[in-house]
Design a protein around this ligand. Structure first.
Ligand code: HEM
Length: 385
């Protein structure tokens, strides 16, 4: 699906992209090198189109979070929150993820035509995260509103350069609520994610309320739109590749659904690229990049590099996808990968059981407009019948 990336990889593996003010690397080997070396390619003070990313964000940019930090700050934060994402904790969520998927799929497929994004791909991840965090039932609607607002702020800030007043207002409401709930859970822990974070223990210090809020927002941004886009991209890939859709229909097991989800991650990566900042002059892909430059590692292109994946333009759920770059690489490797690897196959399997023969409705799918940028990719709406 990426004809330009073929050209980049072959003709300009280190490419100065003026509109982003960044050096772009597109080969598998170079993308890995950038992400494996945080001392040379830092996550602190990233610039988007020359402007500090933290100035464009509705978050308080002065609070360190997982995504915008390097070691040793990153190491400390990651140690604190990774306890919440251990495989046992994630697998315990399976019955609830299944129950939610069943509900959304049943409701959605009761209509002849439906928007898959609205019916399943968006509500499932946000519900899972709000339950995981322990957002009170009475505030779930607010949480969904804050979440939608934050999620759309990504596309909006890329387009307009800054978040709207409404996005900032929602971010502040969420911050106040998270501070309130962090304090409640500190006094009376309930076993939810926030309790775990504010309690510390096992040698770990507790997170401050500000850090809890910042982490909750990261989960919303990092965990929702990405999973939503993955589900949307999976359905699109199946519908556009009838042979593979047939293969899944003949054998709609959890294992086969997981293969579809992994191959979609590779084939149509929800996160297309990651930015870093060089801490010194570096040699990269045979060229020179000065200190303080923005470097974009094109995950989506690495996933299509024939040096790593043979016949990369073919959507093939039966292929080996080891080493796919869609969750990043190295110290920032996606913390939510095990959750996604639970959620996407469970949802897909439920859909295959209820509605194994879906096709596009008369309305054509629309991609989200991320301001012409290629950070993220997914359908805005996907009407099926
Ligand atoms: C980090 C992709 C789902 C939480 C990342 C990174 C990528 C990524 C590429 C690396 C960022 C970087 O190196 O700067 C995805 C994709 C997903 C997904 C494609 C689904 C299809 C989730 C979910 C959660 C989550 C469900 C949580 C519930 C995080 C967190 C980080 C992260 C906390 C930061 C880790 C760190 O910096 O140490 N994700 N993600 N992600 N992701 Fe995910």
């Amino acid at each position: 699906p990426y004809p330009y990336f073929v050209e980049l990889r072959e003709k300009a593996p280190l490419f100065w992209l003026k509109s982003l003010e960044a050096h772009v690397v597109s080969r598998y080997e170079d993308v890995t090198y950038v992400l494996k070396n945080p001392a040379l390619f830092s996550s602190v003070d990233i610039r988007v189109k020359g402007q500090l990313a933290k100035d464009r964000s509705p978050l308080d940019g002065s609070v360190a979070n997982l995504v915008n930090s390097d070691p040793p700050v990153h190491t400390r934060l990651r140690g604190l929150v990774s306890r919440a994402f251990i495989p046992k904790r994630i697998s315990e969520m399976e019955p609830r993820v299944l129950e939610l998927s069943k509900g959304f799929v049943a409701e959605m497929t009761a209509h002849e035509e439906f928007d898959f994004m609205d019916g399943l791909a968006s509500p499932l991840p946000v519900t899972v995260i709000s339950e995981m965090l322990g957002i009170e039932v009475s505030r779930r609607r607010d949480f969904k509103r804050w979440s939608d607002s934050l999620i759309h702020s990504g596309a909006q800030t890329l387009r307009d350069g800054k978040p709207s007043e409404e996005v900032v207002r929602n971010a502040h409401e969420m911050r106040d609520y998270m501070a309130e709930i962090a304090e409640k859970r500190r006094r009376e822990p309930t076993g939810d994610l926030i309790s775990l974070l504010v309690q510390g223990g096992e040698g770990a210090e507790p997170l401050t309320p500000q850090e809890v809020n910042s982490f909750a927002i990261i989960l919303l941004i990092a965990g929702n739109e990405t999973t939503t886009n993955l589900l949307g991209n999976s359905l699109l890939a199946l519908i556009r590749n009838p042979e593979q859709y047939d293969w899944l229909r003949r054998n709609p097991t959890r294992e086969a659904c997981a293969r579809v989800s992994e191959e979609t991650l590779r084939y149509d990566s929800p996160v297309m690229g990651l930015l870093r900042r060089t801490t010194q002059d570096v040699e990269l892909s045979g060229g020179k990049v000065p200190a303080g430059s923005s470097v974009m590692a094109l995950l989506a292109s690495a996933n299509h590099d024939p040096r790593k994946f043979s016949n990369p333009e073919r959507f093939d759920p039966e292929r080996e996808t080891n080493g796919l770059m869609s969750f990043g690489h190295g110290i920032h490797f996606c913390l939510g990968a095990p959750l996604t690897r639970l959620e996407a196959p469970v949802a897909l399997k439920e859909l295959m059981e209820r509605a194994p023969r879906l096709g596009l409705a008369s309305r054509q799918p629309e991609r989200i407009d991320y301001g012409g940028s290629f950070f993220l990719r997914g359908p805005r709406s996907l009407w099926l019948r």
